[in-house]
Design a protein around this ligand. Structure first.
Ligand code: FE2
Length: 425
């Protein structure tokens, strides 16, 4: 499988030679009898640096579907209204057992936390997906937001209008708002998903870091044009305003023979993340680990930052090396793809999750504090680990599913119970 490289690049790709018009977008007659169709990721008049759009050259245009009927997906929640009120406790979840039955990527999605309002184009949701079945002749399109998928186990193949991407644990896939896709799995597979109703994820500014570092643009990979040739009906599931609709169309939606533009799905391997940390003293703010950011209308205050805690060396001198105890106006949903997280070596398990909302105090557990306060500060590598955070300016509300009996780690707050007052005046 081949990919086009570069985040937000102006790509041009054709599965049949000559399918792409040259020097224009919408000729009177498109080569090979194709239809031209524009997919806009933002208002036409968005600033050039933010503007994302792609021209699709396809066998039939997307208008060839109608007659939508309501589809009930009661465990996929949207916006703050989809959550429940809970006390301001720190929350942690052990990994959930996979639900029974045959579930594809859409049926198997369970929302854990939500904020914002999809109709107001602000906020995010964090989901977990348990899939054991491929979508075959079923496709999905989300008008409410883009999807950032983090495989946690298994292999995922994403067939999209722009082509095919594969990803497994350690990689992430970004599916833009409005792009039709389906997902195949090779067996029971799990993933974390961030659904972003706000401004599209982009690379963060680097400031004094300079022109290189963190996630480098060239390491993002988009698919080359590819189309299905098998005839027959397709079920199309559409999400809009938190509701789901389904319709059958007589042909595949994956019929794009060529495309050009800078709105495209992409994947990224977190092993390519150039991690920056202290080479003198003190733990930097975790914003140094930002892979992608969705800005809000307040500069520096993200609708959502996607942050990873990958393998890295700890070398700081005279420093408490794990994250410090803190409270923050931003709200933090975390997950663990594999390995151990240094502030919570026990209890925070791969496939699990935690939530520290606005101003909820948190930090290293008793054991991690004791060890990090007394250990000899030799260079030390945190290896074989990948934790991540969806950090948002909007407070998260867990869903009723996330708060179902037995789901929470009821002992979570006990991890700090052993901290003692060691003040000696
Ligand atoms: Fe935190």
């Amino acid at each position: 499988m081949t990919y086009l490289t570069g985040f937000g690049n102006q790509f041009a790709t054709e599965a049949v030679p000559g399918a792409l018009p040259v020097g224009r977008n919408s000729p009177q007659q498109v080569a090979h009898g194709l239809y031209a169709e524009l997919l806009s990721g933002n208002a036409f008049t968005a600033p050039r640096a933010d503007n994302r759009r792609t021209w699709l050259y396809r066998r039939l245009p997307s208008v060839m579907v109608g007659g939508y009927a309501a589809l009930d997906l009661p465990l996929w929640k949207t916006g703050a209204a989809g959550g429940v009120e809970v006390p301001p406790d720190p929350l942690r979840w052990h990994p959930s057992a996979a639900p029974a039955g045959e579930l594809d990527f859409i049926d198997g999605l369970r929302t854990m936390v939500v904020n914002g309002d999809a109709e107001a184009q602000s906020g995010v949701a964090a989901h977990v997906v348990f899939a054991n079945r491929s979508m075959d002749r079923r496709a999905f399109v989300n008008a409410d937001g883009e999807l950032l998928v983090l495989p946690q186990s298994g292999r995922f193949t994403f067939t999209t209008e722009m082509g095919v991407l594969e990803a497994g644990p350690g990689q992430v896939v970004l599916l833009p708002r409005g792009v039709v896709f389906k997902v195949a799995v090779d067996g029971p597979s799990t993933a974390y998903v961030c659904e972003n109703y706000g401004a599209a994820f982009r690379l963060p500014e680097l400031g004094p870091i300079g022109s290189n570092g963190l996630a480098n643009p060239r390491d993002f990979e988009s698919p080359v044009a590819a189309f299905e040739t098998v005839d027959g009906p397709y079920q199309l599931v559409r999400k809009v305003g938190g509701l789901f609709w389904q319709a059958t169309q007589p042909h595949t939606p994956f019929n794009v023979v060529a495309w050009h533009g800078n709105l495209a799905p992409c994947r990224y391997d977190t092993r390519h993340f150039m991690t920056i940390g202290s080479i003198s003293f003190d733990h930097p703010d975790p914003s140094i680990f930002t892979v992608l950011t969705s800005p809000s209308d307040t500069p520096g205050t993200a609708n959502c930052d996607f942050v990873i805690f990958p393998p890295r060396w700890m070398v700081a001198e005279d420093t408490f090396r794990p994250p410090w105890y803190h409270r923050n106006v931003m709200s933090e949903f975390m997950g663990l793809v594999h390995g151990q997280y240094d502030a919570k070596p026990e209890g925070f398990r791969p496939g699990g999750a935690s939530l520290h909302n606005c101003m909820v105090p948190h930090g290293p557990d008793t054991e991690a504090f004791a060890k990090a306060s007394s250990t000899a500060l030799a260079p030390h590598k945190l290896d074989n680990t990948l934790a991540f955070m969806f950090e948002s300016r909007w407070r998260f509300r867990p869903t009723a599913w996330a708060m179902r009996p037995g789901a929470l780690d009821a002992q979570y707050a006990d991890c700090w119970a052993g901290l003692r007052d060691t003040f000696t005046p």
